[in-house]
Design a protein around this ligand. Structure first.
Ligand code: NAP
Length: 491
């Protein structure tokens, strides 16, 4: 088969793969079609990879098949081993690997082209001249610089984000620091701006020196520092935004690498990931009522002048029991269950479903209020509840449920904290001020199921727990629902 025919078949395969990517993403927009969407996207990726490998003659098939087997084994092992609560870290690492692959492929291509364009014994001026006129175009060098900058920021930013989500600590002079706000350098925004300017200057040097790859590797190191520096100060509660943003970066880096190696499907897939990551970032920012600049440069977390847990809770907490809650259900016509991170930790979704079914069999209307950033990753609660076969029409988004809360008799808040914290509405100085929440405090009775008065991800007390219409059921979520089912059956 001649080269033109191979290229044509390859491009047709790329076109088909790109259409399948778009159909796959469309499928991911609804839980009912999400699995099919995922499979469609995977099939498209397989088609793109096979088409790319089929048309190249650099690596032998044995290398390629070995790489595929090793990669698939690592992927399958991670997918089976990582718990649902560890997904955000894994997604973060995958973003990072995408960035790493992009800058390594771009760097490798640069090294190879320079070697190809440099007949031995030629002078440096001759090389620049040859590079400019033969294989190394300005577009190629710009794509190289962008891929290196964004790819390296993505890898090292993602490593920090994953470490923070895993709550890794580092020890300096015998003192333990959480990789969060405790490592803030004074004047960090100036330092970050300086490193950003240095990175841009290095991009210019890379573009203007097509005869050497040295500046490219310096750029990788400085961009790595930039990735670490801009991610470390970002507050814990903003991590979903950071992960979504890094996801977008990994797509942009892949897109730039697509221009480097002239691969259409990489350009298209990279743009799709870049754009969808940005859209998700914007949705997450809205869900937390933060601008992107505020997420990136402002500090979020408990403030020294904020109220202490004692101020908020002392003498105002009312504990309850499964039997007392069962009595509340006797008079309830409408029950709302608001799940959060604790339901995921306890893996309580199946007993939650059993209680919902039991209440419905007694004629009580049961719905689920879903906050967009409940849990630790976008869609976390939807995934868990879908796993427990809870019908999708019972899951109500925050905006849909909030206007109807005054007709809810009992709100069961299971392992959620920040997403129902009314200070977001009432205290403009609070770290979560303005974040839209599910206003369960407006329900007739609120039952909070959690193990203690510990704060949630944002690290601040929750005055909801001390309100007159709130009862605390201190328990592990799974145990609490098991006890509730027994109590309802016995009541
Ligand atoms: P949260 O504010 O982190 O609170 C979770 C609560 O669950 C904790 O207060 C904890 O209290 C309780 N809990 C933990 N284990 C439990 C168990 N076994 N049984 C019962 N309760 C348990 O969670 P959220 O209300 O879901 O809010 C999510 C937060 O995470 C937001 O601040 C959000 O911005 C952030 N975040 C979201 C994402 C995302 O994309 N969804 C990603 C990263 C971060 P006890 O220890 O007292 O039990």
């Amino acid at each position: 088969m001649d080269e033109v025919t191979v290229k044509t078949i390859q491009n047709l395969a790329y076109l088909l793969a790109s259409v399948l990517f778009i159909i796959g993403i469309k499928g991911l927009t609804h839980p009912r079609t999400a699995v099919r969407g995922n499979l469609t996207g995977s099939a498209a990726m397989l088609l793109a990879v096979v088409a790319t490998l089929w048309g190249q003659n650099i690596l032998g098939w044995s290398w390629i098949v070995t790489g595929l087997i090793i990669g698939s084994l690592i992927g399958a092992f991670l997918a089976m081993k990582v718990p649902m609560t560890g997904m955000p870290q894994m997604v973060g690492l995958f973003n990072g690997f995408g960035g790493a692959a992009s800058f390594l492929v771009a760097g490798g291509e640069l090294v190879m082209r320079i070697a190809r364009e440099t007949p031995s014994g030629e002078t440096a001026e001759g090389v620049v001249e040859a590079a400019a006129h033969e294989g190394i175009s300005l577009q190629f060098m710009i794509a190289i610089a962008i891929s290196g900058l964004i790819g390296s920021v993505t890898l090292f930013g993602s490593l920090v984000a994953a470490a923070k989500l895993k709550e890794l600590t580092i020890t300096i002079k015998g003192k333990k620091y959480w990789l969060s706000s405790s490592l803030l350098l004074p004047g960090r925004n100036f330092i970050n701006a300086g490193v950003l300017i240095l990175s841009v200057a290095l991009c210019v040097l890379v573009v203007n020196n097509p005869d050497t790859s040295a500046w490219y590797w310096v750029l990788i190191v400085v961009a790595a520092a930039l990735g670490v520096l801009i991610t470390i100060p970002i507050g814990g509660a903003d991590m979903p935004v950071v992960i979504a943003l890094l996801n977008s970066y990994s797509g942009l880096a892949a897109c730039a690498t697509g221009f480097v190696i002239n691969n259409n499907v990489l350009i298209i897939a990279g743009s799709l990931v870049g754009a969808s990551g940005l859209i998700l970032t914007s949705i997450m920012c809205k869900a937390m009522n933060r601008s992107l600049a505020n997420v990136m440069f402002a500090k979020l977390g408990p403030t020294a002048d904020g109220p202490s847990a004692d101020d908020v809770y002392a003498g105002k907490i009312k504990s309850t029991s499964a039997e007392e809650i069962a009595m509340l259900f006797d008079d309830a016509r409408r029950v709302l269950i608001v799940p959060g991170y604790g339901m995921a930790v306890s893996q309580a979704q199946h007993v939650v479903r059993d209680l919902a079914n039991l209440l419905e069999s007694r004629g009580t209307e049961v719905e689920f209020g879903i906050h967009p950033v409940a849990g630790r990753m976008p869609g976390h609660m939807n995934v868990l509840l879908a796993e427990a076969d809870i019908p999708y029409d019972k899951l109500k988004e925050m905006d849909e449920i909030n206007p109807t809360l005054d007709t809810v008799d009992v709100a069961l808040v299971v392992g959620a904290n920040d997403v129902v914290n009314p200070v977001a509405r009432t205290d403009p100085k609070s770290p979560i001020a303005g974040m839209p929440i599910i206003d369960v405090d407006k329900c007739r009775t609120v039952v909070i199921i959690k193990r203690s008065l510990s704060p949630g991800f944002a690290g601040i007390p929750n005055p909801l727990f001390a309100m007159d219409n709130t009862l605390m059921f201190f328990n592990d979520a799974k145990k609490a629902f098991t006890e509730l089912i027994t109590a309802v059956k016995e009541s």
